[in-house]
Design a protein. Structure first.
Length: 147
């Protein structure tokens, strides 16, 4: 499965057996706390969630572990920047519901200052920096966090 940074991802396993089956999802070989159902869902997948997921299925007669399912998390989509006629800078980026986007700026790539924090709504957002016209150069970065 491949998702964009901050978007939802889920895996489902199907198994039949008797007596009752138990499930334990694993990420990179480590049990995930509370992940004991046929489905595992990540509301907001971030780069740290990328990797192989497996599920161990057990009952009184033994256990089996699924083949790995790979989760790939792609970088956030950001449009090509545009300089407006008035010297302001405009860019757009994709958002996901349930994610906050903290946009920061810098003039030297060493010191970063907060500009705006936005809640994702599942569609691209467009920002125009009204202060860009007064600066010869300005850099931006976006930090994502779950809401």
């Amino acid at each position: 499965m491949t998702v964009t940074n901050g978007h939802a991802a889920s895996f489902v396993v199907a198994a039949i057996g008797s007596p009752v089956l138990a499930y334990q999802w694993q990420f990179k070989g480590t049990n995930l706390l509370g992940a004991t159902n046929t489905t595992i869902a990540l509301l907001n997948a971030f780069p740290g969630n990328a990797g192989n997921y497996t599920v161990a299925i057990t009952n009184a007669y033994g256990s089996i572990t699924s083949n790995p399912a790979l989760l790939t998390v792609l970088p956030l989509w950001i449009s090509s920047p545009t300089m407006l006629a008035n010297g302001q800078f405009k860019f757009s980026f994709d958002t996901a519901s349930g994610v906050n986007y903290a946009v920061q700026y810098s003039t030297n790539l060493m010191q970063w200052y907060p500009w705006v924090i936005l809640g994702g709504i599942g569609v691209p957002l467009t920002l125009i920096d009204p202060n860009m016209a007064a600066n010869q150069q300005r850099f931006y970065r976006i930090n994502l966090t779950p809401q």
